[in-house]
Design a binder for this molecule. Structure first.
Ligand code: FE2
Length: 141
């Protein structure tokens, strides 16, 4: 179970999420902030239009961030590129399915969504992203 300092905050940034690439670290922190903003909006029953716009903005930023990582991997011939990109594509597909369902009023947003996103981010950063950066660092040294 997740413990939150405020009921409106769910994604708690920790230094262990820093992977050592300034741009990627900054983008990860922005994604954490966006998850918290979305969480606060859900908890305070923001309008569906506003929630939809927030998720769309978050999806756009996420897609842009994934492209940055993927370009970095391709540039350095990272052998785990295919698998890492698949993980990115799966998340983007999931979010666009969610947006479509929300648009059709087939789904009600709850903190299950922001909890899922928080766990996904933390797990992905400490796993695939960390592995990617370690490979690039070893290569450059
Ligand atoms: Fe990644």
């Amino acid at each position: 179970m997740m413990t939150a300092s405020s009921p409106l905050t769910i994604a708690h940034w920790q230094d262990e999420y820093l992977i050592g690439d300034a741009r990627i670290d900054q983008e990860h922190q922005i994604l954490f902030n966006m998850v918290n903003d979305l969480h606060a909006a859900i908890q305070t029953a923001a309008s569906p239009v506003r929630l939809q716009a927030m998720i769309q903005t978050m999806a756009d930023h996420t897609a842009e961030h994934f492209q940055h990582e993927e370009a970095l991997m391709l540039m350095h011939n990272y052998p785990g590129y295919g698998r890492h990109k698949q993980v990115h594509d799966n998340l983007l597909a999931k979010v666009s399915r969610l947006l479509a369902q929300f648009d059709q009023q087939e789904v009600v947003l709850s903190d299950r969504l922001t909890e899922f996103l928080t766990e996904w981010l933390a797990h992905h950063i400490r796993g695939e992203d960390q592995n990617m950066i370690e490979f690039l660092r070893d290569r450059n040294d």
